[in-house]
Design a protein around this ligand. Structure first.
Ligand code: PHE
Length: 474
């Protein structure tokens, strides 16, 4: 096995990089709203159970496959299956998925960058206006913002694993934690903030419908960056002395803690802006929440802290989200970069330019999907609705393929690579692993109910998304 593969310099570096991947827009905005609308404390508890009982074993298995093979998904599946074509295809899906998810995530990151630029130049009122977002997504300046975001990503990734990804995570993640805490403390001082906290925390079990349970699991899966090949690839950069199980636990705890803390920022802000808001009315999509609702909330602060003060708070928030998005984007692009470097023997620099060009073109198409070009805006239609190019990428790769990749990984590890080999790998760096109940749980769950559940989600999503059919009654 190659020994010249670059490694993270320390366990902390690895944990911060993996947490950097996991903590993203989903944690900061999607999670709080989902939780408040869907049962508060009851949702939180269920989410935490899903994270630890279902997602954590998958996360651990991904890291183990990566470290064992020192390869990205294509190479990893090929190596451990003895060159099987079918498993090679599963690996390929593990590289294609992050590439395509990067496209839609890039669009959002570019928008956030645009929001920072507009708030610091005094245009918060424009962003909060009724047509603000609609005009913004059709602005030609977005292409300039795209070049800047691509340059930042390139700057980090070209420097490699230790000097690029790890260093960026070591700077951005602690900064993000501090900024988040500052925001929480500030928001909690606003009038009526505690009604938001109440909505977030007080349990309402009656809201836990099958659809909510399905949504919570998908959210947990996405939030931990599973099924995207990221943790296989990051796993390939950790040394054999690192305790994978312990590190994965810390990543999951950090991700969940950030999501929870973000709830203490978003919901009090929403309630202080409008004390009578009914959380059921809150928009479903994180997109409309960040880009249309939050600017209004920030603007409303001007009555107490003035327009400049309100703009500063808004800029602070968007920078926080931007940092979270950049570390996620870096991690997701590292998968195809690593594929081109390991399998296709390109230099990092060349791999990056190939990727930024190809993903860049698709990102331009996705950016044009919001009205600028009707071919992309009305790209296709299914399940009774017109879908844009952006929607198609989102529906296929984010919503549908992620659970499929999770399913394939569980089957691969349990029945092709074999559980005892997984155990051997996980025992490196963790002398007490073999024979522990954690080992028993991981081996049992990965071969039985976890693949069953994620496969169920996959089938349900396909039927619902593309054929408008519900099988489980939701
Ligand atoms: N975990 C990220 C989030 O919560 C999702 C993500 C990871 C998206 C990596 C893209 C790349 O937003």
């Amino acid at each position: 096995m190659s020994t010249d593969r670059e490694h993270f310099s320390s366990r902390l570096g690895f944990i911060l990089a993996a947490a950097g991947s996991a903590v993203g827009i989903g944690n900061l905005v999607g999670f709080p709203v989902n939780a408040a609308k869907n049962g508060g404390g009851a949702f939180l508890l269920m989410y935490a159970l899903f994270v630890f009982l279902i997602c954590l074993p998958v996360m651990i298995a991904e890291m183990a496959v990566g470290r064992k093979t020192e390869k990205e998904p294509v190479g990893a599946y090929k190596t451990l299956s003895g060159g099987s074509k079918a498993w090679g295809a599963a690996g390929f899906l593990g590289v294609l998925t992050p590439f395509m998810i990067a496209v839609f995530y890039m669009v959002l990151t570019v928008w956030i960058f645009g929001y920072i630029a507009l708030t610091v130049t005094g245009n918060l009122d424009y962003l909060a206006s009724a047509n603000g977002f609609g005009e913004f997504v059709n602005s030609p300046y977005l292409f300039g913002a795209m070049i800047i975001v691509a340059a930042i990503i390139n700057f980090i990734l070209v420097a490699g694993v230790k000097d690029g990804i790890e260093r960026a995570s070591k700077i951005l993640m602690p900064t993000l934690f501090i900024m988040l805490l500052i925001m929480v403390v500030y928001v909690l001082t606003l009038d009526n903030a505690f009604s938001g906290v109440k909505f977030f925390i007080i349990p309402d079990v009656s809201k836990l419908t099958p659809a909510v349970i399905n949504g919570a699991l998908s959210q947990a899966f996405f939030s931990l960056s599973l099924g995207m090949g990221i943790l296989i690839t990051y796993g390939s950069y950790i040394n054999r002395k690192t305790d994978i199980v312990g590190s994965a636990k810390l990543v999951a705890i950090t991700d969940t803690a950030v999501a929870f803390t973000a709830g203490l920022m978003i919901l009090p802000a929403v309630f202080s802006f409008n004390p009578d808001v009914d959380p059921a009315q809150l928009s479903d999509s994180s997109v409309s929440l960040i880009f249309t609702f939050l600017p209004k909330i920030f603007l409303a602060l001007q009555t107490s802290i003035g327009y400049i003060g309100a703009s500063v708070v808004a800029a602070f928030f968007f920078i926080l989200v931007f940092f979270a998005a950049i570390t996620s984007l870096v991690s997701i692009l590292e998968v195809p970069v690593s594929y081109l470097v390991t399998e296709k023997k390109h230099s990092r620099k060349k791999a990056l330019s190939i990727l930024l060009m190809t993903a860049g073109i698709l990102t331009i198409f996705a950016t044009l999907s919001f009205g600028m070009v009707s071919f992309f805006t009305e790209f296709t239609s299914y399940a009774g609705g017109v879908r844009s190019f952006f929607d198609v990428v989102y529906d296929i790769f984010y919503d549908t393929i992620l659970p499929l990749n999770g399913f394939l990984l569980c089957m691969f590890v349990s029945y092709r690579w074999k559980k005892h080999k997984l155990s051997e790998e996980l025992a490196l760096g963790n002398a007490n692993y073999k024979g522990s109940w954690v080992e028993k749980y991981i081996n049992f769950s990965l071969g039985t109910f976890i693949p069953l559940i994620v496969f169920g989600i996959f089938i349900n999503t396909v039927l619902q998304k593309f054929f408008a059919v519900s099988i489980f009654g939701f």
